[in-house]
Design a protein around this ligand. Structure first.
Ligand code: FDA
Length: 502
């Protein structure tokens, strides 16, 4: 295949990749961004970019014949998932045996499908997880920079108290308080002014129309609208879509990527090579780790560190749901953007930060849903499978037990004082806790182990990791603000030392 050249290539277009693209573009470096998913800018036959959550079509999931929503059933019935035509849809579920990982696909990565919760981790836990990173710089400069760039904003507390759209949060808050637990408001990147206009009928509904998992048509400041738009506006950054980086090799100066470009049927229509001086990997925890592991194990980049593929965690994710009393209605109307969490992170035995999650079904169901983030010390590792040329995550079911134990201790407490019980009909196999999937894959190329202290891959100059694979498996809160702020910190240093100085 013909070889193209670019001074810098960024693989992926989620949070870390978007920061890299913008800062490279501003530094005057011509940069090509490669994204395996679509650019979500062309409306479908219904005039919308993304499909409705309750009537998912082919736009919902990445090459599936059936949707695979995290809540598989209702009243034990298989009523949630739908047959769809295979297509490069926006949400993917990557199965690795006992652990499945949900990821976004498309220009914007996870920012297209996530709940927008923009949480800065408690400073002492950040320092426990990443002790080598200067917390002063992070909390003084890079977290504020990331929040500003991402468009983080807060819900008006008075509106929160009065609107029917957050009744579900208020009910869960009351139940937590009755158990002596603290709750906190959580900032979000969803535009709360837009949401209020949705509520008053002055703007088209998105968060108030059940949209989130398969994309938001309005209101959400995903990174395609923030960082990536600014990156493209520098004039130095171009984005190539439906382009999957398959292999990384050493080039004469720098690296050569093998890239497969596919059509909407998933058929590879072009394979090309792109040579670059500097290569930034932002393909997410799974994507970046796979590229580097493959490169090391096939001998393409033999000097990569033995730590590549290690230190993976699911941020202690576990989902659970409670059944409320008939008088505790959660409301048929629920905004999809979570704005509140139960904060028991200082619990010395079972630290938990539990997001009060929406379950918008358009009818009263008396269910309180939660995504708990726990402090699970277990870590998984990846092995390269030559037969399928892919990275396999080694995570055993038993490794999720610490997460379930912690979540159970918190919600048992809430159930006890409120006289309520768990729902067993939502996650399949009659379980009260869903511990077999995560929204928060972290690690695989951990900062300071597989890379130096700023994300430079060990052993291969000019090769950088910029995404969630740098974070060692746990961060105690929803991770994208941390991923973004770390990328800001690392890119500032890399541009100063490796690029401006060169
Ligand atoms: P990210 O995964 O965002 O982007 C990687 C990109 O690279 C993807 O677009 C992918 O298609 C592409 N790619 C992968 N391999 C490639 C290859 N070989 N070649 C080319 N492209 C490739 N977090 C939070 O803080 N608050 C929240 O409310 C939520 N809620 C939430 C809900 C759901 C449903 C999910 C799935 C996730 C969340 N998250 C979240 C998690 C958050 O979205 C996640 O941590 C970040 O998106 C991770 O950012 P990264 O930069 O690591 O990669």
């Amino acid at each position: 295949p013909a070889t193209e050249r670019a001074p810098a290539v960024v693989v992926g277009s989620g949070y870390g990749a978007a920061v890299a693209a913008l800062r490279l573009g501003q530094a005057g470096i011509r940069t090509v961004v490669l994204e395996m998913g679509r650019l979500w800018d062309t409306p479908g036959p219904d005039g919308k970019l993304f499909c409705p959550t309750i009537r998912p079509d082919r736009r919902s999931m990445w090459f599936r014949t059936r949707t695979e929503a995290p809540l598989a059933s209702f009243l034990w019935l298989d009523v949630v998932n739908r047959k769809i035509d295979p297509y490069p849809g926006v949400l993917d579920r990557v199965d690795h045996g006992d652990m499945s990982v949900y990821v976004g696909r498309g220009v914007g990565g996870g920012s297209l499908v996530n709940g927008g919760m923009a949480v800065t981790p408690p400073r002492d836990y950040f320092s426990e997880v990443l002790p080598q990173v200067d917390a002063e710089g992070m909390y003084g400069t890079f977290f504020p920079r990331a929040r500003r760039m991402l468009g983080v904003n807060d819900i008006d507390p008075a509106w929160f108290e009065s609107t029917e759209w957050y009744r579900y949060s208020r009910v869960s808050r009351a139940h937590a308080h009755r158990a002596g637990l603290n709750t906190v408001f959580v900032p979000n990147v969803y535009d709360f002014d837009h949401m209020r206009r949705e509520a008053s009928g002055q703007a088209p509904r998105s968060a108030l129309a059940g949209e989130v998992l398969y994309g938001n048509n309005h209101g959400k400041r995903s990174v395609d609208k923030t960082y990536l738009a600014a990156a493209v506006a520098t004039g130095n950054v171009t984005i190539e879509t439906m382009s999957r980086a398959r292999a990384v090799n050493r080039g004469r100066e720098g690296y050569v990527l093998t890239v497969d470009r596919s059509d909407i049927h998933g058929k590879v229509i072009e394979t090309k090579e792109i040579a670059c001086t500097r290569l930034f990997l932002g393909a997410g925890s799974l994507g970046t780790t796979e590229l580097l592991l493959r490169a090391r194990e096939t001998g393409a980049l033999p000097d990569l560190d033995a730590e590549v593929g290690r230190g993976w965690g699911n941020n202690g994710n576990v989902m659970t749901a409670r059944a409320n009393h008939l008088w505790d209605t959660v409301g048929a109307k629920q905004s999809t953007m979570p704005v509140m969490g139960i904060n028991d992170w200082d619990n010395p035995v079972n630290p938990v930060f539990a997001e009060i999650a929406p379950l918008p079904m358009g009818l009263e169901h008396w269910i309180s849903l939660y995504l708990a983030i726990t402090k699970n010390p277990e870590r998984g590792h990846f092995t390269y499978d030559a037969a399928t040329d892919s990275a396999r995550l080694n995570w055993h079911r038993s490794q999720s037990e610490p997460s379930v134990r912690a979540a159970k201790s918190l919600f048992d407490r809430i159930n006890r004082v409120n006289g309520t019980v768990y729902r067993h009909d939502l996650f399949g196999r009659n379980r009260a806790f869903a511990d077999d999937f995560t929204y928060h894959p972290l690690g695989g190329c951990v900062l300071g182990r597989a890379t130096d202290g700023h994300g430079r891959a060990k052993g291969h100059p000019g090769l950088y990791v910029v995404d969630g694979s740098l974070v060692p498996g746990s961060i105690g809160v929803n991770p994208f603000v941390t991923i973004t702020a770390l990328a800001e910190r690392n890119m500032e240093r890399i541009i100063q030392e490796d690029i401006a100085a060169a």
